[in-house]
Design a binder for this molecule. Structure first.
Ligand code: HEM
Length: 325
């Protein structure tokens, strides 16, 4: 990361009124911080171990020891009031590491609370104690204690500000990435809708073999492509079945038509036969009326046998009448 991209720590210090005098105050308690830091970090990690939500961020005890050592080195830089670009870069790295593991700012800030509570008590206790580290530097103990407490508080608050800013940057970065991803997906969706729309139109226009190739649809939407292809496949098979059924129906219809024609011919023949029968009966009736009985028989039977050839033989046989052609 370039110098320009680093957060402006100077502007923050100026706003808070943190100046060289504070740096000196901090350095004046550097030995005390170095001495009490292990105890304060021990308190922090005890608190982390007994809080499941916080302990869950560590995979093992050695993971805890590693973070413990890294934090100890960092605090030594604070105690030395070493707030140059390396410090800012380090704070950014810590913020990024915590953001990466998803450590909530409330735990992070709470952790500072635990450490600050211990260090501030140590500074005040030492200042008030006769023969303490501070009492050897100057006679104005109370004022110095206040200055030290103030400088330490400012340093920690600025560090919290820097790390929270880093969190916010990470969140903003994530938001921009998500937004870009959403826009890319929306563009992809529009393209897929277009491909599907064209394929559906082709299907509607009768192109039943229309299918969508795999490389035309992104993997995340491949289910849509498979769905379309399966539907088109089934539609094609169904229409093939309907078409073959239609041919069967046409064949059956032809069979029915032929049978009907045959029946109609039979009916015509029967009608003709009936007509012949009627004509024969009429002839017989007329002949009967004009002739005596013996003569009637001689006339009727030949007419009957000529007109009704199918009955002729049977009747001739049963009645033993002579059949004349
Ligand atoms: C009190 C303020 C805290 C400071 C100053 C601090 C500082 C650090 C530092 C310097 C590192 C090493 C980062 C690197 O790899 O460069 C670190 C790592 C870590 N910290 Fe903190 N920490 C703080 C609070 C916490 C708290 C409250 C937790 C958990 C509840 C925590 C969990 C971790 C974990 C899990 C790592 C290791 C990350 C990894 O595996 O890369 N820290 N911390």
């Amino acid at each position: 990361m370039s110098e320009q991209e680093l957060p402006d720590i100077k502007a923050r210090q100026d706003f808070m009124g943190m100046n060289e005098s504070d740096f000196r105050s901090l350095r004046s308690i550097q030995a005390l911080i170095d001495q009490d830091l292990p105890k304060s970090l021990e308190k922090l990690y005890t608190q982390i171990r007994r809080t499941p939500q916080a302990r869950a961020f560590f995979s093992s005890e050695s993971h805890i020891s590693q973070a413990h050592r890294a934090q100890q080195a960092h605090w030594q830089r604070i105690a030395a009031a070493d707030f140059g670009p390396d410090y800012v870069r380090k704070v950014q790295g810590i913020g990024a590491a915590h953001a990466r593991i998803g450590l909530e700012p409330s735990l992070y800030i709470g952790g500072y609370g635990v450490i600050l509570d211990h260090l501030l008590r140590a500074v005040i206790d030492d200042g008030l104690k006769r023969g303490g580290l501070l009492s050897r530097i100057t006679g104005r103990q109370a004022g110095q204690v206040a200055d030290s407490v103030s400088a330490l508080s400012k340093a920690v608050l600025i560090e919290i500000d820097l790390t929270v800013s880093c969190y916010l940057d990470k969140i903003e970065q994530k938001r921009l990435e998500l937004q870009a991803e959403q826009e890319r997906r929306a563009e992809e969706d529009r393209y897929v809708i277009d491909v599907l729309g064209k394929a559906l139109t082709a299907l509607a226009n009768g192109d039943l073999v229309c299918r969508i190739d795999k490389d035309r649809i992104p993997d995340r939407l491949d289910a849509l492509r498979q769905h379309f292809n399966r539907t088109a496949e089934k539609l094609e098979q169904s229409l093939q079945k309907i078409s073959s059924n239609a041919s069967d129906v046409a064949l059956n219809a032809e069979g029915i038509r032929q049978s009907a024609e045959y029946l109609s011919q039979r009916s015509e023949q029967q009608a003709a036969t009936q007509e012949e029968m009627s004509a024969a009966l009429l002839q017989i009736t007329q002949a009967s009326v004009r002739q005596p009985m013996r003569r009637r028989k001689q006339i009727i039977w030949p007419i009957w046998c000529v007109r009704m050839p199918s009955r002729r033989a049977r009747s001739c046989r049963t009645r033993s009448m002579p059949c004349r052609e």
